[in-house]
Design a protein around this ligand. Structure first.
Ligand SMILES: C[S@@+](CC[C@H](N)C(=O)[O-])C[C@H]1O[C@@H](n2cnc3c(N)ncnc32)[C@H](O)[C@@H]1O
Length: 254
C-alpha cells in the first residue's frame, strides 16, 4: 500500500467504524444472535488457559477480551489492537485496566515482540483488509505466536454465488472497502497460508445480511446496499452470508 492509499484506507475505516460504534453492541446482536456471538467467542478462546497470553486483533468493543479476563482470572497478559479510536474507547470502558489496548493498523504490521503470544484471535476483521494485506497478516501472526501457539479467526464471507451476492460484494468493496470473499475462495486462501500446522476451516451460515434487510439495526450500510440491490430488480434474499472459522498452530519446536 502506498502512503496515500494507506491514509485513505485508515480514514475510511475509522469513519465506518466510528459510525458503527454508536450502537455497536446492540447492533451486533441484531445482525447475529447473542447466542451465535457467544459461541464464536467461546470457540476462539478455546485454547486459552490461565497464564497463557492472548492478542485479539480488531478487538472492537472488547467483548472477547472481557470473556478472556473472566476465564484467566488475572493470570494472563491480555492485549487488544484496533484501528478505530471510537471502538477502543468502548473497549476501554468495558475492560478498564484488565487488558492492554493498542491503537494500530494490522495492514501496516503488528507492533509486538516475536513469540510473545500463546493465542492470537481475530473476529470479523479479515474482510476489512486490502487483498494484499491478508498473507502478511498471517505471516505476522505466525511470527508472534510461541511454538505450539494457535491463531483462531472468524471471517464473514458470502455463502452462495449469484447475481445479487456479486452486487453485494461489489458495493461493499466500493463503499467501505470490505471484501466478502466467497466461502470456497476464502477457504482456499486460508488453507494455503504458509507455516501453520493442523490448519482447519469450518463454514457456518450467518444471519447478518438477512437481518440487515429487516432494517432493525442502526448501522444502515448493509440495509442500504440491500435496498439498492432490490431497486435494481434483484431479490435481496439471495444475498446469503456465512462465516469461516480458521484455526492453525505454530508447530512445537519451530
Ligand atoms: C466488524 S468489527 C469486529 C470487532 C470485534 N472483533 C467483534 O467481533 O465484535 C471490525 C473491527 O476491526 C477494526 N479494524 C478494521 N480494520 C482494521 C485494521 N486494518 N487494523 C486494525 N483494526 C482494524 C475496526 O475498527 C473494528 O473495530
Amino acid at each position: 500500500m502506498t502512503q496515500l492509499e494507506n491514509t485513505d484506507y485508515i480514514t475510511l475505516k475509522r469513519s465506518v467504524y466510528g459510525e458503527y460504534s454508536r450502537a455497536y453492541d446492540e447492533d451486533r446482536v441484531r445482525f447475529v444472535s447473542g447466542t451465535a456471538l457467544a459461541e464464536r467467542i467461546d470457540w476462539a478462546l478455546g485454547p486459552l488457559q490461565p497464564g497463557k497470553n492472548l492478542l485479539d486483533l480488531g478487538c472492537g468493543s472488547g467483548r472477547l477480551l472481557r470473556q478472556a479476563v473472566d476465564r484467566t482470572g488475572g493470570k494472563s497478559v491480555l492485549t487488544g489492537l484496533d484501528l478505530t479510536p471510537d471502538m477502543l474507547a468502548l473497549a476501554r470502558s468495558e475492560l478498564g485496566g484488565d487488558a492492554t489496548l493498542v491503537e494500530g493498523n494490522v495492514a501496516a504490521g503488528l507492533p509486538f515482540k516475536n513469540q510473545s503470544f500463546d493465542l492470537v484471535t481475530s473476529l470479523n476483521l479479515v474482510q476489512d483488509l486490502p487483498a494484499n494485506a491478508v498473507s502478511s497478516l498471517f505471516d505476522g501472526v505466525y511470527r508472534l505466536l510461541r511454538p505450539g501457539g494457535t491463531f483462531r479467526a472468524v471471517i464473514p464471507c458470502m455463502a452462495e454465488r449469484n447475481q445479487a451476492a456479486e452486487l453485494f460484494r461489489e458495493m461493499s468493496q466500493a463503499r467501505v472497502a470490505m471484501d466478502f470473499r466467497y466461502a470456497d475462495d476464502l477457504r482456499r486462501l486460508l488453507m494455503g497460508m504458509p507455516g501453520f500446522v493442523g490448519a482447519s476451516t469450518e463454514f457456518l451460515p450467518s444471519t447478518a445480511a438477512a437481518n440487515a434487510a429487516k432494517g432493525s439495526v442502526r448501522f444502515t450500510l448493509f440495509a442500504d446496499i440491500l435496498g439498492d440491490i432490490k431497486s435494481l430488480g434483484l431479490d435481496p434474499r439471495q444475498v446469503q452470508q456465512g462465516v469461516i472459522f480458521f484455526s492453525g498452530n505454530r508447530a512445537l519446536g519451530s
